[in-house]
Design a protein around this ligand. Sequence first.
Ligand code: HEM
Length: 487
Amino acid sequence: SKLPPGPPRDPIIGNLRQMPTERPPLVFHEWAKTYGDVVYLELPGKSIVPLDSLQAGEDLLDKRSAIYSDRPAFTLYELFGWTPTMSFLPYGKQFAVQRQMHQSYLNRIKVVNHKPMQLREARALVDNLLHMRIGEHERYLSRFSTGVITQVVAGHRITSDDDPYLRLSKMILESLFHSGPPGATAIDFLPFLRHFPFWFPGTYYARVASEWRAMVRELHEYPLWTVRAQKESGKARPSFILSQLAEMEESRTETEQDMEELRGSAAAMFGAGESTTWSTLSSFLLAMVLRPECQEKAHKEIASVVGSTRLPDFADRESLPYVECVHQEVLRWAPAVPLGLPHRVMEDDTYRGMFIPAGSTVFANIKGMTLDEKIYHDPHAFNPERYLQPPHGRGEPHFPAKFGFGRRVCTGQYLADNSVWIAIATTLAACRISNAVDENGDAIVPAGTVSYGIGSHPEEFQCVITARSPQSAAIVRSALSCDPDEC
Ligand code: HEM
């Protein structure tokens, strides 16, 4: 079998010169147009295989997940202190232990327990959006996603701007935005560079990692420390950490190794769950500014089903098909993890006559897959109607790989789906999102560009958020004052 096709290689350094540092998912997608949906790149000591079609992703990462579920070494993230964090662990016993912890708490059935909290946080988000100054929406979207994760992981409810979890999460998000594409920086390709002085070419990210390391370690320590403190004072609220501690106590296995697994699995929830939810909601606001007619249509649907005297609830989801289309289209149009997290193939494999060597790093180019013109008409456009059945729409399928593939599929997928849906539905019910205007009164139209790192996020844009009516702002307030936890 031959290797998959790919850009021509230089002697010794292979494709090092061509490896994209800017917008890798879009560059890989362009290459796929020339070389096909399975591309081969070679770097010193490393083979890279970006997959650009859903078909290839499902054939390899889902159907052959027994050999495609490892992760490559993440030298840079280790320098950052992300260890032993589940998302980056190799496929093995430690991974299995941590993944089981996640699944026992965040599976499809258990996530229902978090719905009242998500509902309350969504209403608090909308209340904040309605009272914010222009330009503050990012702050409140981030606060929403941190608020949800903090309650899930540590049972801690954020009520003030100077909450330690907000500070920690802000730092972590910044560190992730400064950490380059996952597993694909010079330090990952040439790990010996970590030992070189910081002025040496290629060591940029090692320097960045050394600056953020203490903060990342704090994220591993702080949640466990606070839950233990709450527990000792008899004030602990239900949480992932509390339930794991209870299980350990029951089975009398509270060893240091167990604690390390708990720190790693909790940190993975913060690391993987905050920026993704935040970025998705930021993309939603951007889409609503760019496509006001979609916003109107979704609002009308909510008004006709839910009425104007209450806000939507999870029970309304099935009755709001167009809102579902908006939700699905946000997740397709702006995938928060555009290159997924890299998988590593553990054995030599052959696919459609192409040889994929053991040890290759396989990227599911999720962004590339969403742009497949064979599945999605005009794929760059934000168009919720594409999912409606003809004659109302094109009957296109929801994008199935928004949460990744196989045995490494996102463990927070059900929680995230609920968070994003309720935030979207509540915002559409109560708010009108429109362009900001400049000093001449002309609408400022966002460029609609996004930045790419481990995640992708809309570049800074402005929008104005106003209440649909005086009544809708009051409904949000009164819904908030009746906390579902307490009444
Ligand atoms: C809209 C929000 C989210 C999106 C779009 C998203 C997407 C993804 C994607 C594409 C992956 C890579 C899967 C793969 O390797 O094939 C992933 C992994 C992961 N996600 Fe999410 N995610 C979201 C929210 C969350 C939340 C809320 C949590 C936790 C509470 C979470 C926890 C994780 C973890 C732990 C992994 C690594 C799984 C592993 O290595 O086995 N994610 N996510």
